[in-house]
Design a protein around this ligand. Sequence first.
Ligand SMILES: [Zn+2]
Ligand SMILES: [Zn+2]
Length: 367
Amino acid sequence: MFEYSGAIHMHSIYSDGTGTIEDIAAYANETDLDFIILTDHNNLKAKEEGYERWFNNTLVIIGCEINDMQNKNHYLAFGIDEIVGTYKKMSCGDLGCVLSAIEYINAIKNKGGVGFIAHPFEKRTHIPDHPAFPWLEWDNKDFNGIEIWNHMSEWTEGLSDKNRIQRFLHPLKSIVAPDEKAVKIWDELNNNRKVVAIGSVDAHAHKQSVVGFFEVEIFPYKILFKSVRTHVFIDKELNLDCRKGFEHDKNQVIKALKEGHSFIVNHYHGNGKGFRFYAEYDGGFYNMGDEIHFDKSKNKMITFKTYLPKEAKIKLIKNGKCADEIEGLNSIWDSNEIGNYRIEGWQGDKGWIFSNHIRVVDVNKKS
Ligand SMILES: [Zn+2]
Ligand SMILES: [Zn+2]
């Protein structure tokens, strides 16, 4: 298994970001990102203009972020060759998709794409120009996952008149943990089907006046690339097989995201490379995102193992509740109970690593 570190969800000059694809890719290279996924609003222009390719050691994948005509239900779509639906100007002047959220979720799925709900519970009060864009369509069963941690949303939600300058000057320090409501619904949804979590930066590099005296670039790409990342696991090494080339590499990354063979790390608190969470059961090996078909009649235990790249407070979360907590580098647990198991790694009171679930389902009720 090979592990790759990526930054997901960012905007370029093809929507409301300020960076060119070349600039953003260069920052990604400098910060040792193996892949980045661009998600400009409601378009795939960067892909159409040939920017979806390897830039030195960084795989640049172009997806998009779609919103409806009410500017709600922001949805990240990866792995589609052309945009779905048609787009019209909303009252604010920006574009919106004429399809409903449920229609674009299904259209993306039908085209073989993969989709993640963006910043589902966003709320903002301190930047009137940038209102919140929450998710409202929870009944749909066809989205692949949820962005449980969005740097820009968390940073903006915590903003107050008192901490404003501190937060602008130190955009990485103020980030604590994934959104609690998003984590809760993610755990609950996994009781019925696999729903994958990703973490993202939502980078724009907006330029804004802070106190009226000077203009700063909010969340420069290069700074944000050191914050919330999503790491994926892939069977074969990328960029080695020239015959298969870029499309093959891209598809491997998107497939790993779809399967949940991935975890989220706030890189600011330490490089997540080397983190592992897996299970052994009845001669099989199961990674994050996998499903174990548990047969109680066999009388065999499942063994969960985790390793972290540096010491942390390690929590085993089962069905959304903390089942065990230790300080250290690794741990082993045995279980013979169905449920959804995942790991959290904390550095003090700051969230660091959040794995996807290993889902243990009754062999007679498997999906
Ligand atoms: Zn958005
Ligand atoms: Zn965005």
